[in-house]
Design a protein around this ligand. Structure first.
Ligand SMILES: [Zn+2]
Length: 334
């Protein structure tokens, strides 16, 4: 029933990615400090009101955070921040690098804290294969969908990680040793492209050739985050374009099937739409989110309408994570 958000922690980088930014008052300060990149689906209040809270928490950090969103998101953030006085700004205040994502290109804007967050357009980047962001551990893709306004849907896919198949090593008669560390360094940093391993490998062999022979065949987790889209053919095609493989589907499920007309009127999804999406995307795990507040006391009915299957598991989120108002305990006013 809370505003939808998703936080992905990248442990080795000590960084977090935040997807959507509605009411985020319940996030701890140390988590705010770890947020390096924010992805906004669209600028309806329940996905966007927390931008002020985010900036309040990182304002005096001398860092630049990236914010990805649909077209016009830069001017909407600038307009929000125009509502404050900035006469006491310091040179070290944070900066916002904003990426307005369209179908095949991305406009980049810089809003500097030291310059009162006034937006300056920097450049336009081409988008290939829907990839809008990547680091050494994961890739984020986005597609534009229709919610009566442009809305972004996101897919996060883990990059393959370094993993050796011991059986393959044994069958090649290669002993383990410090060269494995050397190979791991090469895998993650690739600063020494295709170097020749120096130790304990029977014949001279390059890192690329050796790793191909001994790597464990595994692919990273693929997670798709969808919220606030109309159920129509174009949006379905966009969902399928996001990723061929989805392990975790985090999906808006605003309405019961009996209220389908409400979903159609507001370009949201109802339970039968979610069942259809599950059938198309074939995830292993489904996490329904963004249940309409009108079902506050009967949210179980929404979950009951998600078709059970041995193919996937449905995870139920707690009804709310944000703090209850003061003087409010166990659902009854004191
Ligand atoms: Zn919306």
């Amino acid at each position: 029933m809370d505003d939808p958000i998703l936080l992905i922690r990248i442990n080795p980088l000590k960084e977090s990615l935040l997807f959507d930014c509605g009411n985020i008052n319940h996030i701890a300060k140390r988590i705010f400090k770890s947020i390096s990149t924010v992805f906004i689906t669209h600028a309806h209040m329940d996905h966007f009101i927390g931008i002020d809270t985010l900036i309040r928490n990182i304002l005096v950090s001398p860092k630049t955070i990236k914010i990805f969103g649909p077209p016009e998101i830069a001017q909407k953030i600038e307009a929000k921040l125009l509502g404050y006085h900035w006469n006491l700004v310091e040179d070290y205040y944070c900066n916002l690098e904003i990426y307005e994502v369209s179908e095949s290109s991305c406009k980049v804007f810089m809003l500097r804290g030291s310059q009162e967050f006034k937006s300056i357009e920097k450049k336009t980047l081409a988008i290939k294969n829907n990839i809008i962001y990547e680091n050494q551990f994961l890739t984020v893709k986005a597609v534009l969908c229709d919610h009566k306004i442009p809305v972004l849907a996101f897919n996060v896919t883990e990059k393959p990680h370094f993993e050796i198949d011991r059986q393959k090593l044994e069958s090649l008669n290669i002993e383990t040793g410090s060269w494995l560390n050397e190979l791991k360094q090469w895998f993650y940093h690739k600063d020494n492209i295709d170097f020749t391993l120096s130790q304990k490998v029977p014949d001279p062999i390059t890192s690329v050739a050796l790793y191909e022979q001994i790597k464990k065949d595994s692919s990273g987790v693929s997670l798709t985050y969808i919220t606030d889209i109309g159920f129509n053919d174009n949006n379905l095609e966009q969902m399928k374009k996001l990723s061929k493989r989805v392990n975790i589907l985090i999906c808006e499920c605003s309405f019961l099937n009996q209220d389908k007309y409400k979903a159609r009127n507001s370009f949201h999804l109802c339970t039968s739409d979610v069942n259809h999406l599950i059938g198309e995307l074939k995830p292993n795990i489904v996490i329904p989110i963004h249940l309409s507040r009108t079902y506050k006391k009967i949210s179980y009915q929404l979950y009951d309408e998600i078709t059970p299957s041995d193919e996937y598991e449905v995870i139920r989120l707690p009804l709310r994570k944000t703090l209850l108002p003061l003087n409010f305990e166990s659902g009854r006013l004191l």
